[in-house]
Design a protein around this ligand. Structure first.
Ligand code: GDP
Ligand code: MG
Length: 163
């Protein structure tokens, strides 16, 4: 069994874009047997000679806030149970939201390694702004741009060192 990396976070922060960058041209497996809130995509990735499976969570959450919160909670609990490392994605464009804080609280209460990933850090300014996410209570953060690849090498170096 390959180690498992889950990507969690509120809708629209770029989880699926990160997932697609990590699996590249390899094909994702879609598992929707548990229904919409548990819909997950699985794919294989590698970096520095280490192979691992990546899970993209929460693809099709309905657009009602309480349902989103419940769906994310459920995804985070599953991710905690079955992952070796969790990527907690936030958005440097949108800033910190109450949903980010709710996810952070769930993730801080457990022992799996969590890498806080402020995404959409497409340029220097956004990368500097990413420091606001220290407020979420994690020691390190790894700003990236899933679109242009900025920062992804450093994130992946750290990720495989935790597998
Ligand atoms: P998800 O809901 O968390 O899976 O988010 P998606 O991957 O679907 O992305 C949501 C939106 O953010 C899309 O319009 C993406 O193109 C955009 N996005 C994702 N990553 C980046 C990034 O690194 N930079 C910018 N500028 N936009 C991004
Ligand atoms: Mg998605």
């Amino acid at each position: 069994m390959l180690p498992v990396v889950s990507i969690v976070g509120r809708p629209n922060v770029g989880k699926s874009t990160i997932f697609n960058r990590l699996i590249g041209s390899r094909k994702a497996i879609v598992d929707d047997e548990y229904g919409v809130t548990r819909d997950r995509h699985y794919g294989e990735s590698f970096w520095n000679g280490r192979r691992f499976n990546v899970i993209d969570t929460g693809g099709y959450l309905p657009d009602a806030t309480d349902v989103v919160v419940e769906g994310i909670r459920e995804q985070v609990h599953i991710a905690i149970a079955e992952s070796d490392v969790i990527l907690f994605v936030v958005d440097t464009e949108g800033g910190i939201t109450s949903l980010d804080k709710a996810v952070a609280e769930l993730l801080r209460k457990q022992d799996k390694p969590v890498l806080l990933v402020p995404n959409k850090a497409d340029n220097d300014e956004r990368t500097l702004n990413a420091t606001e996410f220290y407020e979420l209570g994690f020691e390190e953060l790894y700003p990236i741009s899933a679109v242009n690849g900025r920062g992804t090498g450093d994130l992946l170096d750290e990720l495989v060192s935790r597998l």
